[in-house]
Design a binder for this molecule. Structure first.
Ligand code: 13P
Length: 346
């Protein structure tokens, strides 16, 4: 039965401490990141950048899935191999971002609704043919004065459920990503309250739309304070608030929760994940990572658009993925960072 296949596929992505590389920045977002470092953004430079990550030797030890986006999934490597095949050859499962981005929501000033449901069934069929086996849809929730509104939370939860239903119909594991943004000066307590409300609404909608929860992956934010909040919670406080919120709102049959990094410093994102996994409380789901910036930023700095820096960039990515994978097992130690400079790829 399809449901069983999806359960297995969902578990395979996160088996043995593996996580996901989110490499699905749109052309616009990636171009911004490249030009911020004076790297020209072209079809080829974006391909070279992605190829650096996908071809990192032995990365399949720590990464079980890669999220691509429309341009990347159609591209070939510099040696002419489709990037999807390159990813498959590493033992990594290719996935695809299928939403059309968060757009300002009518009647909800300062809030966003993610678009992209129209024609999604057809796009999924095409992506399946191109080799993708899981998908991603990101909803964005803003904390602010009087925000989020209930209508924004409910509309985004509904869209996530309709997306997830189409994914499962077409044989994809849906990554369900409701992201409560770190932007703002809100406290960790406020983040906990909003994250709980959002998760509750999301699972109500998933239930309403008859989603098989065994065949999804949840990609939430961690419960953290806003970036501009003057009180910085400890790693332990973040871990406790995050696990408490998930335990209250996420059904136990969900196979795995793969956090986004959301703009956290890369080492802190590792430490938080490790601390969550090290807590003694019951954890019915695997707790792993689906990081974008936290996995890529060091390698991007090192690479700087230059061929001669690819191996050094890969070394940085390999190291970060290794640390995050250790954190997904609760076995990360800060001393792993000091050995980074001597790290070799094999
Ligand atoms: P970050 O880890 O950079 O937040 O990206 C993850 C992601 O896929 C956001 O949609």
């Amino acid at each position: 039965m399809m449901t069983t296949n999806l359960d297995e596929a969902a578990r395979a992505i996160v088996t043995g401490g593996k996580g996901i590389l989110a490499a699905d920045e749109t052309v616009r977002t990636l171009s911004k990141r490249l030009s911020a470092r004076s790297i020209e953004s072209t079809e080829d430079s974006r391909r070279d950048y992605r190829e650096m990550f996908f071809s990192t030797p032995d990365i399949g030890a720590f990464i079980g899935g890669v999220i691509m986006q429309d341009e990347t999934i159609r591209q070939k490597s510099s040696t002419g191999m489709p990037l999807v095949e390159l990813v498959n050859a590493q033992g990594v499962i290719p996935g695809i971002k299928v939403d059309d981005g968060a757009k300002p929501m009518a009647g909800a000033p300062g809030e966003y609704i993610t678009e992209g449901l129209d024609g999604l069934r057809g796009r999924l069929k095409e992506y399946y043919g191109l080799g993708a086996r899981f998908a991603k849809w990101r909803a964005v929730i803003v904390i602010g004065d009087g925000l989020p509104t209930r209508r924004c939370v409910v509309a985004n939860a509904h869209a996530l459920a309709r997306y997830a239903a189409l994914c499962q119909e077409q044989g994809f594991v849906p990554i369900v990503e409701p992201e409560v943004l770190m932007n703002g000066a809100h406290s960790i307590d406020r983040c906990e309250e909003v994250t709980g409300d959002v998760l509750q609404a999301v699972f109500a909608a998933l239930f309403e739309h008859r989603i098989s929860l065994e065949g999804i992956l949840l990609k939430p934010n961690m419960v953290v304070a806003g970036r501009e909040c003057s009180v910085k919670p400890s790693v332990d406080a973040v871990a406790q608030a995050t696990l408490r919120t998930l335990a209250r709102h996420v059904p136990a049959v969900v196979p795995a929760i793969v956090f986004l990094s959301g703009g956290q410093d890369h080492v802190l994102a590792t430490e938080h994940l490790n601390a969550i996994n090290a807590l003694p409380e019951p954890k019915p789901w695997k707790l792993s990572f689906s990081y974008g910036r936290a996995l890529q930023d060091e390698a991007l700095e090192i690479w700087h658009g230059k061929k001669e820096n690819v191996v050094a960039g890969q070394r940085a990515f390999y190291h970060r993925a290794k640390c995050d994978s250790a954190a997904a097992l609760g076995k990360y130690q800060r001393t792993m960072e000091t050995s980074a400079t001597e790290a070799t790829i094999h």
